[in-house]
Design a protein around this ligand. Structure first.
Ligand code: ZN
Length: 451
């Protein structure tokens, strides 16, 4: 069954600047028509989308599915199930698996497994360097031939600027965007949280914002030098936004992405809920009423890389999203087992899950607060990432793949571990009172998840 008629929803398709109540007819996995009063051909099921937003299937270009090698945390089946629940029809998985995705063989393995076990489209990114060790370039041409849509050493950062320059030149030659996890090792050393007031108060080693900004500046220079499309991952610092804003105004092919945890939380969260809500948590969450969520100090569910930063940085990320400096939203979905996170803050791995909650947090922080229109937010999850990745997705144009997400922007709900499809439950937003979520996900004309 890959034909479907979605009736009566508000269709928001930023790629075509379309925003109106309409029906969407899907035939044989492709968008066949968008318009009023469409009727279903014989045998085609109808889905009532009244009161819902109907938009192109959401794309998350930054997820960790841990396959191969770390499937106790997540695998392609559970990762894509979580994606479908979050409203995502396409994801790009990162290459820091075990072994790393630095050869055509590993790309083929993942693509084959995704074909068999994935419920949404899985695209693969390849490593920049062999083993993500930052020393020797991976076979970038071979990776492209095997089907990668981007290259990145995510989780790590190439420190050698000349090597990075060569990577940019190859990326440009093979028309691949180069993603970078921006972290200067000499500045960051073994920092575990933002360097500021709270890391001193808590006695934890600091990860300065300049450690990110330094590499963002380097990437701008190399994008300008080589003409490669360089994309800075999970931006967390005000200075990064300022640098990218200025460079984009000059026409440098640089872009950036933001993850909801960085524009929802701050480093005060690591001092415990009381401190967080009392200091800079106040502007959060228009849906928060009654009892506020609670958590202890040093909760490792607030440990991620780059770290949660100050209220000023959070504000700068929100401004960057509002003015278009940051044109892509993603989760950095990073599953870890309970026992790995249940240790001292210093020893816990970085990262949280995010696929099931990123749309909600983006609605709350960007749309419900009127910083962005709904269409502009949807563009950051659809047409913008599709463009960067050169994918013919993120649109409801006639003939396009029928990947569709349906959203209820106003439903109030609480995120609970038992409702998560991910293998891992390392998420700080369990128990929060939330507003807005995906209610149905269609991939190539098939309803893969609905509430
Ligand atoms: Zn990263």
């Amino acid at each position: 069954m890959n034909s479907l008629l979605l009736t009566g929803g508000r269709v928001v398709d930023p790629a075509n600047k379309f925003d109106s109540i309409a029906d969407v007819l899907i035939l044989n996995g492709k968008i066949s028509a968008v318009g009023k009063n469409l009727s279903a051909p014989a045998g085609v099921e109808t889905f009532d989308a009244k009161g819902k937003i109907v938009c192109p299937g959401l794309i998350d270009l930054h997820v960790h599915f841990r396959e191969p090698g770390q499937t106790a945390k997540e695998n392609i089946a559970t990762g894509t199930a979580a994606a479908a629940r979050g409203g995502f029809t396409s994801v790009v998985c990162m290459p820091n698996t075990s072994p790393a995705i630095d050869s055509a063989g590993t790309v083929a393995l993942i693509r084959e497994r995704a074909e068999r076990e994935g419920v949404v489209n899985v695209f693969v990114s390849g490593a920049i360097t062999k083993g993500i060790a930052g020393e020797e370039l991976a076979p970038i041409g071979g990776l492209k031939k095997a089907g990668v849509v981007a290259i990145t050493d995510d989780g790590h950062c190439v420190q050698n600027n000349d090597l990075m320059r060569r990577a940019c030149e190859y990326a440009k030659m093979f028309d691949l965007p180069l993603f970078d996890h921006c972290q200067d090792y000499s500045l960051v050393t073994d920092g575990v949280m933002h360097e500021g007031y709270w890391n001193v108060a808590l006695g934890l080693r600091g990860w300065p914002a300049a450690g990110e900004e330094m590499i963002v500046a380097r990437n701008i220079l190399l994008a300008e030098l080589t003409g490669a499309k360089v994309h800075c991952q999970h931006l967390s610092a005000a200075g990064s936004v300022r640098l990218i804003r200025e460079a984009r105004q000059r026409g440098v092919p640089i872009s950036g992405e933001a993850c909801p945890h960085h524009f929802t939380l701050t480093d005060a969260a690591i001092a415990g809920s009381e401190k967080f809500w009392a200091s800079d948590g106040k502007m959060l969450a228009p849906a928060q009423s009654g009892e506020l969520p609670q958590w202890p100090a040093y909760d490792t569910h607030f440990k991620m890389n780059p770290p949660l930063r100050s209220a000023k940085d959070r504000e700068a990320i929100l401004e960057g999203l509002a003015d278009g400096t940051i044109d892509i939203l993603c989760s950095d979905h990073a599953p870890h087992c309970d026992y790995e996170k249940a240790v001292e803050f210093d020893y816990a791995p970085f990262g949280i899950t995010g696929l099931e909650i990123e749309l909600t947090l983006s609605l709350m922080q960007l749309v419900h607060t009127k910083r962005l229109s709904l269409a502009d937010m949807i563009a950051k999850f659809t047409v913008n990432p599709a463009k960067l990745l050169n994918l013919p997705k993120g649109t409801l144009s006639i003939g396009a793949d029928a990947d569709v997400t349906m959203i209820d922007t106003d439903c109030e709900w609480v995120y609970r571990p038992e409702d998560s499809a991910s293998k891992s439950k390392n998420n700080p937003f369990f128990g929060w009172q939330l507003k807005g979520k995906a209610v149905a996900t269609v991939v190539a004309g098939r309803l893969v998840w609905s509430e």
